[in-house]
Design a binder for this molecule. Structure first.
Ligand SMILES: [Zn+2]
Length: 261
């Protein structure tokens, strides 16, 4: 069934999101990136649901930290992650690879392997919903810990970026406001980013979430998806006068600047 699951964002720790998923036809459930178990268990209790699957986007502790406690509560839970993260994702039962069909209940989707943040980073796609972990954020992207700028650029542009424009992007951290401030530093005349920042500040002041974004929103407001924009390239020249202006080089300069922004 090529439909998206029902999605409930669960804020965890300081700014992480876990996402509780439910198949509307079978009632089976999953959770994406439970950094800690307790907030997830609370929502499951409130709803009266069990847990069938854990879907980890990568091995960092603030995405897998709840795996073992959830497994204690639900011993038959299946735990998904990239096959190369065997030994790094606690309790991994289902190592997956690029393009592999993955689902739960009646829901079937697929995995995108998008290395860069980590070598085993993946995105799960079900219907029009994608779970990008720390690879693509609203108006930003993850740090490059285990890959090259070329890896991360390809993951964002050729892989995630080729999903349909209306795809909803459920990302791993609530960084949207800061990311848009960065966007306006490197592209001050991005009108859509100005409008979105205003909306985001209102949303945050009401204690609400900015997740999900969409692919089309990212191509409009995410500097890491806009490396061909002349205004951004001009800023990159200011930051690094010798930089060539190939897309990957612009991406690298932006990413390094963001690390110290
Ligand atoms: Zn991470």
């Amino acid at each position: 069934m090529n439909v998206a699951p029902e999605v409930t964002p669960i804020p965890c720790l300081k700014d992480n999101y876990a996402y509780l998923l439910r198949c509307p036809s079978t009632g089976q459930t999953g959770v994406v990136d439970p950094s800690v178990a307790q907030p997830v268990l609370k929502v499951l209790r409130d709803k009266g649901w069990g847990l069938d699957c854990i879907f980890n986007t990568h091995h960092h502790w603030d995405h897998v930290g709840g795996n073992e406690e959830l497994k204690q509560q639900f011993p038959s839970v299946r735990i998904f992650g990239h096959q190369s993260d065997e030994g790094r994702i606690p309790g991994l039962t289902d190592g997956v690879q690029d393009g592999q069909v993955v689902g739960f209940g009646a829901i079937r989707g697929f995995v995108i392997h998008n290395p860069g943040h980590t070598t085993g980073a993946i995105t799960y796609v079900w219907g029009d919903a994608a779970f990008t972990g720390d690879t693509l954020f609203a108006a930003g992207c993850g740090r490059i810990f285990e890959g090259s700028p070329q890896d991360m650029y390809s993951s964002l542009h050729q892989k995630i970026g080729s999903l349909p424009p209306e795809t909803r992007l459920y990302f791993g951290h609530e960084y949207t406001e800061k990311n848009l401030e960065f966007c306006l530093d490197v592209e001050p005349n991005n009108h859509k980013a100005h409008v979105l920042l205003k909306e985001v500040r209102k949303i945050r002041s009401e204690g609400k979430f900015t997740t999900p974004s969409t692919i089309s929103q990212e191509f409009a407001t995410n500097p890491f998806m806009r490396t061909k924009e002349l205004e951004i390239q001009k800023r990159v020249r200011e930051l690094e006068p010798d930089a060539d202006l190939s897309p990957v080089s612009v991406f690298r300069v932006l990413r390094e600047y963001k690390n110290r922004f």
